[in-house]
Ligand binder design. Structure first.
Ligand SMILES: CC(C)(COP(=O)(O)OP(=O)(O)OC[C@H]1O[C@@H](n2cnc3c(N)ncnc32)[C@H](O)[C@@H]1OP(=O)(O)O)[C@@H](O)C(=O)NCCC(=O)NCCS
Length: 217
């Protein structure tokens, strides 16, 4: 698993593709107990939507279009990631964990993944609204971050649709993600299925609980 984000890299846990019909109930324990995203207990989420996101969702059509990120924008992306971890992920991780996690430096892997064409961003009037990165070598979503002030407006879904399209264009049949606890409901809505709970030993010294997820493209 890379440092890029908790939605990042190879797991040290062996897991198997659940295959069709593999969506199942799960529970994830955050520091304060069972994770509840934005007031919604995702244990009670309905059937997963596995529709491919090859076109933008209807509520995202008014958004500025995504564009590929450039290699010289890595630090700009990382700054938004740091902001999003502090403002959004704090709902499911304790303050000390978020402080250590968010203070970690830009990983070298960002430059490689951006150069490979795996990074997209949405900006408006020069302001970065969100970005996503897929590791095309590992077929894994490495980053998905939206400006905390712009959450819930379809930006994440638009970025995910673009990441899916990039992955398909590179011949990837499926994607995985190690989702932060706060983002599980988002990835469910994006068609991912839960594989299991995991923990990532972050280079900053904390153990980050996450949920391994998978979807066919
Ligand atoms: C996760 C994140 C990228 C979602 O971005 P967003 O722009 O708020 O998401 P969208 O508005 O596009 O939502 C897309 C769908 O996911 C659902 N969703 C998103 N966050 C949700 C939440 N916390 N609880 C329940 N559903 C959620 C939305 O309801 C929407 O479903 P719909 O299409 O049925 O309406 C954003 O919250 C974020 O940056 N979080 C912090 C960083 C992070 O944890 N990233 C993931 C690392 S693995």
């Amino acid at each position: 698993m890379s440092e890029a984000a908790i939605c990042a890299g190879r797991s040290r846990t062996t897991w198997s593709d659940p295959g069709e019909g593999g969506d199942r109930q799960f529970s994830t324990r955050a520091a304060g107990g069972i994770a509840v995203c934005a007031g919604v207990d995702y244990r009670e989420a309905g059937p997963l939507r596995n529709a491919c996101m090859s076109s933008p969702p209807s509520h995202a059509r008014a958004l500025p279009p995504p564009r590929p990120a450039r290699s010289d924008e890595a630090a700009r992306l990382w700054a938004l990631r740091t902001q999003a971890v502090r403002a959004t992920c704090i709902s499911h991780y304790d303050a000390a964990t978020v402080a250590a996690w968010s203070a970690s430096p830009l990983p070298e892997s960002y430059a490689r993944m951006i150069a490979a064409g795996g990074a997209v961003l949405i900006e408006e009037d020069g302001e970065l609204l969100g970005y996503g990165i897929v590791d095309l070598d590992g077929a894994e979503v490495e980053a998905m971050f939206v400006d905390p002030a712009r959450g819930g407006r379809g930006l994440g879904a638009r970025l995910m649709a673009e990441i899916d399209a990039i992955a398909r264009a590179h011949g990837l049949p499926a994607l995985t993600v190690a989702s932060s606890l706060n983002a599980v409901a988002f990835y469910q809505a994006m068609g991912f299925r839960t594989i299991g709970e995991d923990a990532y030993a972050h280079p900053c010294g904390v153990s980050l609980a996450c949920v391994r997820m998978h979807k066919h493209l």
